[in-house]
Design a protein around this ligand. Structure first.
Ligand code: GDP
Ligand code: MG
Length: 457
């Protein structure tokens, strides 16, 4: 490095440091299983910033007092991953026949720089504006399922999976997979082992797909088996749990599987979290309670099971291994029950209570000492229903299913999640053809933005 370039770099770094010192910077981890509503949430969040000036007075204080002077997309921190395609999502939602943004198959990121009028503080007279930089990451929810693997050996994981396979919702599929198993190679050489593992793993993945698509289950691992993407044919995905009875550590098949499991953790799971989750300071944890209830009691129980596994990881307790490894500094967590536009206004409070029940039952004691603030919201990123009345003056919801307008309301919601017994009848709705309204109609997005940004503006 020449002296000039060294000085130039030092100067640039100094300037970056000053800029960063004055800017406020939040990095939001939007977490949730596949279908929870992350992509819709991010789209709506960005849209709220982009159209903050058009919002009526709301809980979002900075927007209400007109402090937001401009919002621009600026270069994202990681240039090796896709930029979140906000424009494409808006296009889908506002075209002649509106539809939902496509399901996420890869990681993407976006940076918003929000210019604000400075209202108070020592610097007010010297610098009249300030910037809030917001980074948001989107990724397939399936990948989240792999986080708990980092804590397990192959033996422990196998044991867990075989215990799970005893549950009524999985038993039949699992048995079918097992009875479909090829005989173990008797005189195993590398090629035979390779062939055995490849075939078994492909069938295992098919079984996981079917547990998700046919039975509506959530708690399925490895997560990338559900959405292999670029790893579709890669040996790193070729593993499956090994029945305990046959667990002979010396067996070459066992060793090969164990090696793949370890490499899956080391080469796929850990690097992703190390690279992308390190510097988050805000988290939105989305749960599609209504969607799970529409799939029926077994699926809803499975969602609870998944939360029970995932929540402790997000508690980031002082001594938690994840904190040591990834150093997140999460100081605010918004727990969100998504798609609250399926509910009448007076039902939203109830679902918020369910959410709190779900989270608290998945939470270990240590949670109480956590260094972050949490709040619970029943919200909709994109409200696709309208409130109406029937002839008896009863409140109803109205939505468009792509062909017809449907009127409905969810009757007989249980008082608590423990009393849930019968699948909810949830109509499939498309976004409403109402392009003129921006930001997109939502429920409680203003409160969530206020919660996430309160101290920074
Ligand atoms: N009614 C309603 N449906 C929603 C809302 N957000 C998402 N959805 C539905 O949930 C599906 C999955 O949402 P998406 O954002 O792709 O979930 P992700 O997998 O977590 O990114 C969408 O295709 C919609 O059908 C919402 O605010 N209201
Ligand atoms: Mg998505």
């Amino acid at each position: 490095m020449t002296i000039e370039s060294f000085l130039l770099k030092a100067q640039q770094q100094g300037r970056d440091l000053i800029d960063r010192g004055l800017d406020h910077h939040i990095r939001i981890a939007v977490t949730g299983l596949s279908g929870a509503g992350k992509t819709a949430f991010i789209t709506s969040l960005i849209d709220h910033f982009k159209h903050a000036g058009e919002l009526p007075v709301s809980f979002w204080e900075a927007a209400s007092r007109g402090a937001i002077t401009a919002v621009e997309f600026t270069p994202q921190p990681d240039w090796t991953i896709a930029r979140f395609d906000y424009e494409q999502a808006v296009q889908a939602l506002t075209q002649v026949q509106p539809c939902w943004p496509e399901s996420t198959t890869q990681m993407s990121e976006i940076r918003l720089t929000v210019h604000l009028k400075r209202q108070s503080g020592l610097l007010k007279n010297i610098i009249s504006s300030k910037r809030l930089v917001i980074d948001i990451l989107d990724y397939p929810g399936e990948w989240l399922l792999d986080l708990p693997l980092l804590n397990l050996s192959y033996e422990q994981w196998s044991k867990q999976q075989f215990e799970l396979s005893q549950q009524a919702s999985r038993q039949a599929e699992f048995k079918a997979w097992q009875s479909d198993c090829l005989p173990l190679p008797t005189a195993p050489n590398n090629e035979l082992i390779e062939h055995y593992i490849r075939t078994q793993a492909a069938r295992y993945r098919e079984m996981l797909q079917s547990l998700r698509n046919q039975h509506g289950l959530y708690w399925l691992q490895p997560g990338r088996a559900l959405l292999p993407g670029a790893y579709a044919q890669a040996p790193i995905l070729d593993f499956f749990p090994w029945p305990e009875a046959q667990q002979q550590p010396q067996s070459p098949v066992y060793q090969a599987l164990s090696e793949r499991f370890e490499r899956y953790k080391k080469e796929l799971v850990a690097p992703m979290y190390e690279r992308h989750f390190r510097s988050f300071n805000r988290q939105v944890m989305m749960v599609d309670i209504l969607g799970a209830m529409a799939r029926g009691p077994a699926a809803f129980a499975d969602l609870q099971q998944a939360l029970q596994q995932l929540m402790p990881i997000f508690q980031y307790g002082k001594n938690h291994w994840l904190r040591r490894l990834f150093k997140p500094h999460i100081d605010r967590v918004a727990f969100v029950a998504s798609k609250a536009d399926y509910l009448l206004p007076e039902q939203q409070q109830l679902v918020q209570q369910w959410l709190q029940q779900l989270v608290e039952q998945a939470t270990v004691e240590q949670f109480e000492q956590e260094p972050f603030v949490r709040e619970y919201f029943a919200m909709a990123s994109l409200r696709v229903t309208e409130l109406g009345q029937n002839q008896q003056q009863q409140l109803l919801l109205r939505g468009f299913d792509g062909e017809n307008w449907v009127q409905f309301y969810l009757a007989d919601l249980p008082d608590s999640i423990a009393q849930f017994e019968q699948a909810l009848a949830l109509p499939q709705l498309t976004p409403l053809p109402d392009v003129s309204k921006r930001p997109f109609a939502a429920i409680r997005m203003d409160q969530i933005i206020e919660f996430l940004t309160r101290d920074e503006v």
